[in-house]
Design a protein around this ligand. Structure first.
Ligand SMILES: [Zn+2]
Length: 384
C-alpha cells in the first residue's frame, strides 16, 4: 500500500516537474500567436564618446544603460536599431577614412554584447559613421554583430555598387518581414563611399527599385520595412506626409519607413497604409552639446575629465537637452499589413543616475504604450 502511494506520488511529482519545465520553456519564448509578428524599432545607438568615458571612469556598464527598457524589448519578437558607430580598439584607433571629417565615432567591441542582452536582433549600418575608420573596421563590426546573433542591414561589400542589397528577413509566426536600409546623401554617406570598397547603402530611386525587385523575386516577403538615414543632424522635418516627395514614392512599395539621423524625436503618420516615423531620435547616443571632440578617440589623454563630467551631468540632469528625448515603436504585423490598432509608440528619455551613468527610461514612471495616430496622439502629423 505504502509502495503504491509512493509510486503515485512520484508520478504526480514527475508530471508537475515536466509541466513546470514546459511552462518555463514557453515563457522564455515569445508567445505571439501564429500570424502575428511584433517588432520594436529603436533609434540611433553609439557607445562612443561620453558613454565610453563614463564606463571607463565611473565604472558604468554598457548593459546598465538599458536596464529600464530591457523587459520592454523582450516582449517583442525582434528588436531593430541603428548602430551608428563601428567597433574596434578605442585606445589604439584604426586609420581614419577622412581626416577632414569633424567627428569620428568608434565604440569598444564589448559594447555589442549589451545589444544582444536586451534582445536586439538586427541593426542597420546604413549611416554616415559606419565608415569613419578603415574598411577592416566595418568587416570587424559586421562579424561581431553576427557572432552575437544580430543580423545587419544596409552595407554594400565590394566595389560593384550595382549589386542589390541583401535584405534582412525577420520571419516569425508565419509573417515574413523584410528589412532594407539606406542612407540619403546628406552628412557624408556619399563621401565615405568614394574612398572605400565597402559603403553604406546609398538611397536612389534606381537602387531602391532594383533592391525591391530582387527582394520580391528571392524572398516573397509579407511586409517590407525601410530604415532611412535621412534629413540633417539635429534637423527638424519641415514637410509632413502630404508633400514629402520621397515618402510619397516609397509608400507605394513598403509598409513602414523608420527615420534616423537627426538625433531628435519627430512626428509620425500614416500615408495610405504605410507608417512613416520621421525620426525616432537617439536610443543611446552621446547627447547633443556633449563635448564630442574631447571624448572622441584622440581626446583620451587630453581632457580635463572632472570639469567635463560636471558639465554633462548638469546638462542631462536638467532634462533640457532635446536630444535626450526619443521614442521606440512596436509594430504588430499581420500577413496583410500593419495591425494599426495594436501598433504603438513609447516616449523615452536619456537620464543620468546618481552614479553618473547614462541610462534610458520611459518618460513616464509607468511604462505607457500609445496607439500610433489614435485620436489623442499629439505626435501624429496627419490624422485620417
Ligand atoms: Zn547619422
Amino acid at each position: 500500500m505504502l509502495c503504491r502511494y509512493t509510486y503515485t506520488l512520484w508520478i504526480h511529482v514527475g508530471y508537475t516537474y515536466t509541466l513546470c519545465i514546459l511552462l518555463i520553456l514557453a515563457a522564455k519564448q515569445n508567445l505571439s500567436e501564429d500570424g502575428i509578428n511584433e517588432i520594436i524599432f529603436g533609434g540611433d545607438v553609439s557607445f562612443a564618446g561620453i558613454i565610453y568615458y563614463l564606463k571607463r571612469i565611473e565604472n558604468c556598464s554598457y548593459k546598465e544603460s538599458f536596464e529600464k527598457i530591457e523587459s520592454i524589448f523582450k516582449q517583442a519578437d525582434d528588436v531593430v536599431i541603428n548602430l551608428e558607430s563601428p567597433l574596434g580598439d578605442v585606445q589604439n584607433p584604426p586609420r581614419r577614412n577622412d581626416e577632414t571629417k569633424d567627428l569620428h565615432l568608434l565604440a569598444e567591441t564589448e559594447s555589442v554584447q549589451s545589444l544582444k542582452s536586451i534582445h536586439v536582433t538586427a541593426a542597420t549600418l546604413a549611416n554616415n559613421h559606419i565608415l569613419d575608420f578603415d574598411e577592416n573596421t566595418v568587416n570587424f563590426t559586421a562579424q561581431q554583430l553576427l557572432q552575437q546573433g544580430i543580423a545587419y542591414s544596409g552595407v554594400i561589400f565590394g566595389n560593384n555598387s550595382n549589386d542589390p542589397q541583401v535584405p534582412v528577413m525577420l520571419d516569425k509566426h508565419n509573417v515574413k518581414v523584410a528589412l532594407l536600409s539606406y542612407c540619403m546623401e546628406q552628412d557624408g554617406c556619399n563621401d565615405s563611399r568614394e574612398v572605400s570598397n565597402i559603403s553604406p547603402a546609398i538611397y536612389s530611386p534606381e537602387a531602391f527599385k532594383r533592391d525591391i525587385k530582387y527582394l520580391k523575386s528571392k524572398q516573397e516577403p509579407d511586409i517590407i520595412v525601410l530604415y532611412m538615414h535621412w534629413d540633417m543632424d539635429c534637423g527638424n522635418f519641415k514637410e509632413d506626409g502630404k508633400n514629402n516627395r520621397v515618402v510619397l514614392y516609397l509608400q507605394q512599395f513598403v509598409d513602414v519607413i523608420i527615420g534616423t539621423h537627426p538625433h531628435l524625436k519627430n512626428g509620425h503618420y500614416y500615408v495610405n497604409n504605410t507608417l512613416v516615423v520621421q525620426s525616432l531620435g537617439n536610443l543611446l547616443f552621446p547627447l547633443r552639446g556633449t563635448p564630442f571632440k574631447i571624448f572622441d578617440a584622440d581626446g583620451v589623454n587630453q581632457m580635463s575629465y572632472e570639469e567635463q563630467s560636471k558639465k554633462v551631468y548638469a546638462m542631462v540632469k536638467k532634462d533640457k537637452n532635446s536630444s535626450a528625448f526619443s521614442k521606440i515603436v512596436k509594430i504588430r504585423f499581420k500577413k496583410d499589413g500593419i495591425d494599426k490598432a495594436n501598433s504603438m509608440y513609447m516616449d523615452l528619455v536619456t537620464d543620468i543616475s546618481k552614479k553618473k551613468c547614462l541610462y534610458i527610461r520611459p518618460t513616464k514612471s509607468n511604462t505607457t504604450w500609445n496607439v500610433i495616430c489614435a485620436s489623442d496622439d499629439d505626435q501624429c502629423l496627419n490624422h485620417d
